[in-house]
Design a protein around this ligand. Sequence first.
Ligand SMILES: Cc1ncc(COP(=O)(O)O)c(C=O)c1O
Length: 396
Amino acid sequence: MKPISKIAKGIAPSATMAIDSLSKQMKADGIDVVGFGAGEPDFNTPDHIKQAGIRAIEENKTRYTPAAGLIPLREAICGWLDKELGLQYQPSQIAVASGAKHNVFIALQAVCDPGDEVILPAPYWVTYAEAIRMTGATPVIVETTEATRFKLTPEMLEAAVTPKTKCLILTNPSNPTGMVYSREELEGLAKVILKHDLYVLSDEIYCSLVYQGTFTSMAALGDEIKERTILINGVSKAYAMTGWRIGFAAANAELSKAMANYLSHSTGSPCTISQCASIAAFSESQQPTYDMNKAFAERRAYFLERIKSIPGVSCLEPEGAFYIFMNIKEQLGRTLYGTEIRTSDDFAKVLLEKGLVAVVPGTAFGADGYLRWSYATSMDNIRTGLDRLEKFLAEG
Ligand SMILES: Cc1ncc(COP(=O)(O)O)c(C=O)c1O
């Protein structure tokens, strides 16, 4: 048989999804695992949004829509962008896709040619590197550390740019670190982006989940940078709608048209019922999002307080998203429960098997020596998980 494509062969499965499936399987097998792997809110989709979906079915809104999404949805997104982020876009500049992950994929397809380079600061969300490779472009990983609060600086960006650089990917707030770029930090990066005429894919899917300071969108820094920004967002995190699969990209007219063309030949259009529900999400009460934000803030505060008293682990205070990126470098080189811990993969595996706690190892995000804990889970789970970690470290 002839080999499958080189691109397909090179794609690694999503590590975050793998850990989550493993812990769900252990739970299904009756093992009492506490899972911190999920990148999704544990809340239910707010009622008024669910009702809008139900109404869509009852009113027979069950047919294809325009490839880039229903016009009323794109209008609702423009209204939301204006109200929440002070950004003015036309509905024709919005491309709605089947989840923000899909938007990332088509945005990169629209921007990259084989041979191009895309700058990707590490730690990074697992999907980007694979989505870049799928275009034939090369990810250029720039490692950031706790010294810059895991943020890319203008100097680091400048040093990574080559004549082949086409685009920078910025996740703000960050998954996995939870860091949020200030306006000044974004302005520093924007200068370098403009100097080298790059695109910037600004993934702002966690922008409604910020607990300290205010959020600034990259596209809010002025017309020149807005022209080069592909802003990605969606309903998954802010409205607890991960299963509805709706995301969007806002970009200049040429890019939006190119993305709509991709959509027209790939998915045809996003799920019509989910689009109708998303209109309610973007245009009706934002109170459920504020309530979720408050609950996440309480869990985050508890998590940070507890970590301070657990010897051998530490973390920076994340300003946004719902992740704690825990430094476990002191654990590397130790032997825990008979296993030599060489990497965060080893640590996560033993923690799952012996401590019954599921977390994602930092290697999945290009940063060994760390674990990502999602606090999109109940306070009870957080308490139990941290009790178990404490015991695991003390008795190992
Ligand atoms: C940074 C980031 N972007 C995009 C997504 C994907 O969101 P969606 O569910 O809309 O595909 C995620 C989900 O984990 C994410 O963490």
